[in-house]
Design a binder for this molecule. Structure first.
Ligand SMILES: *Cc1c(COP(=O)(O)O)cnc(C)c1O
Length: 230
């Protein structure tokens, strides 16, 4: 399998950072207000090491089990590393997730919010949380519906969760800016500062619409191997 070299990962990171800076400048925003989550799912620990060597400290993974195989040793060797969960979380994996992830970006239903609050108290941790909003109201996609978001945000706050902001994954075949604007509006009326939005194909647009976190995988680590077809 072809793997992106450490030098390529460093150069890709420089390129992504330059594009974020240009988009921020164009939007009249301070570049330091935009964080970069390097999405390392399916890529080996060596790829994460290469990004760390190039100054990247925040990483995103979408599966608890895969992250458990890769990140405990990396976190031990690099105490500054911060890990975000960006994929769906089952309630029976919450304890495992909270032992490894610093931020959960995919809080999307009451049962999960309750489980996170309970396990966080038991473990004595205070994970940062983002609420995932299904801005496209796609039935197959995770996230609370736009109309349910205000109530769910209030419920999560009542549970004592540290809600940093909102996260969305726009529908593949739609103009992402409409979804970024909708997410920004829901965050504004709920007085939430964080907006996790924008991936390799649209992070510059997301920055113009106020993203405070962009999640970039392919643009840093190269293409992911396709899962085998059945
Ligand atoms: C995989 C993934 C990303 C990164 O996608 P790229 O297109 O490779 O940048 C971002 N966000 C989520 C939720 C993902 O699952």
């Amino acid at each position: 399998m072809f793997e992106t070299t450490a030098a390529e990962i460093g150069a890709n990171l420089d390129g992504v950072r330059a594009k974020i800076a240009a988009a921020a400048k164009e939007a009249g925003r301070d570049v330091s207000s935009v964080g970069l989550v390097a999405v390392s799912k399916t890529h080996p620990a060596a790829a994460v090491e290469a990004a760390l060597a190039a100054g990247q400290t925040v990483f995103g993974e979408n599966r608890v089990q895969e992250a458990q195989g890769k990140f405990p040793a990396l976190k031990q060797a690099h105490p500054q590393l911060r890990l975000h969960l960006i994929g769906p979380l089952q309630t029976n994996k919450v304890k495992d997730a909270l032992q490894l992830f610093d931020v959960i970006e995919t809080v999307d239903r009451p049962k999960l919010a309750q489980a996170i609050a309970k396990e966080a108290a038991k473990l004595g941790v205070a994970p940062g949380c983002y609420i995932q909003v299904n801005t496209g109201e796609e039935p197959q996609k995770a996230g609370v519906g736009p109309k349910e978001a205000d109530g769910f945000i209030a419920d999560c706050r009542a549970l004592g969760l540290d809600i940093l902001g909102l996260m969305c994954i726009p529908p593949l075949d739609e103009e992402p800016s409409l979804h970024f604007a909708l997410l920004r509006e829901i965050a504004r009326r709920n007085e939430l500062a964080g907006l996790s939005m924008g991936m390799s194909g649209d992070y510059e647009i997301a920055v113009r619409f106020g993203a405070t976190l962009v999640r970039v995988g392919t643009g840093i680590f190269g293409a992911r191997p396709q899962p085998p077809q059945p």
